[in-house]
Design a protein around this ligand. Structure first.
Ligand code: BTN
Length: 255
């Protein structure tokens, strides 16, 4: 790829026409060989793309960004949510360059006016308590036309312009490397502050579906979102003032 503004992210780019899932491809690569930090796997088409919580990720061939980036941050597993934070920050900042204002919906979505423009699937492998490889899978809607289908939206729909995938990627690699270096340099407070300024619903009263009480059963509750703690848990102040912390999949936003 030409004109890259990075030292390592995206410098080694594997561009595939068709693959089941770029995250699967990345995981196999890690098993087979020693992968260079910042290696990226880009696909024109995924025929078995994976989303969070075992969902499928469907994306029209050739229209969107489907990529996995392998990072090797020297951080402990207990800080793994920092990887989600820096990824979200890089995506929001890249969208900003196209004058698109987006928000981070905990834990791994990017929204524009409550519609999903991007989903992230992060899969980590460990060596003792440290992260050895983090596969950051990003599915971002560039040029597909949704017309509100699945509550999704694309950059084309928002800007009226066809988005050049490689140009977008160049900007994204640059932003991700900036935030990755912050993480490596221990700038966790700065990361956290920026993250919270972009967090969807912060300090707002919202409706949630609470799944903590019984598996598979959701109870509609109200609460004020008070942030995300260092473990990546969502902090909600419930009616009556009690503070509760939720892990991924224990709570759903009602959009
Ligand atoms: C979600 O919102 O559920 C997460 C979606 C993540 C999709 C991306 S596309 C590239 C990478 N490969 C996959 O199979 N999934 C991620």
């Amino acid at each position: 790829m030409n004109n890259l503004e990075t030292l390592f992210i995206g410098q080694h780019l594997i561009h595939l026409q068709d693959v089941d899932s770029t995250n699967n491809f990345a995981a196999n690569l890690i098993k087979q060989t020693k992968v260079v930090n910042g290696t990226a796997i880009l696909a024109d088409n995924q025929y078995s793309g994976r989303g969070q919580t075992g969902n499928k990720w469907q994306s029209e061939a050739g229209k969107n960004l489907t990529i996995s980036i392998i990072l090797q941050p020297k951080i402990d597993i207990k800080n793994q949510f920092q990887i989600s934070k820096i990824t979200c920050l890089a995506i929001v900042e890249t969208l900003n360059e196209y004058r698109i204002e987006s928000k981070i919906k905990w834990p791994n979505d990017i929204l524009v006016e409550k519609r999903k423009i991007c989903g992230i699937l992060i899969e980590n492998s460990l060596q003792s308590t440290k992260i050895s490889n983090s596969i950051i899978g990003i599915g971002l809607n560039l040029n597909e036309v949704f017309q509100k289908r699945n509550n999704a939206v694309s950059m084309l729909e928002l800007t009226g312009k066809e988005i050049d995938r490689m140009e977008f990627l160049r900007k994204l690699f640059h932003k991700l490397e900036k935030w990755y270096l912050m993480l490596e340099n221990g700038k966790n407070i700065l990361i956290d502050e920026h993250y919270h300024t972009l967090l969807y619903g912060l300090d707002e009263e919202l409706e949630y579906d609470d799944g903590v009480l019984a598996p598979g059963e959701w109870l509609r509750v109200n609460g004020v979102l008070r942030g995300v703690n260092e473990l990546g848990q969502l902090k909600i102040e419930m009616d009556g003032g009690k503070i509760r912390f939720f892990n991924n999949q224990e709570v759903k936003f009602v959009l």
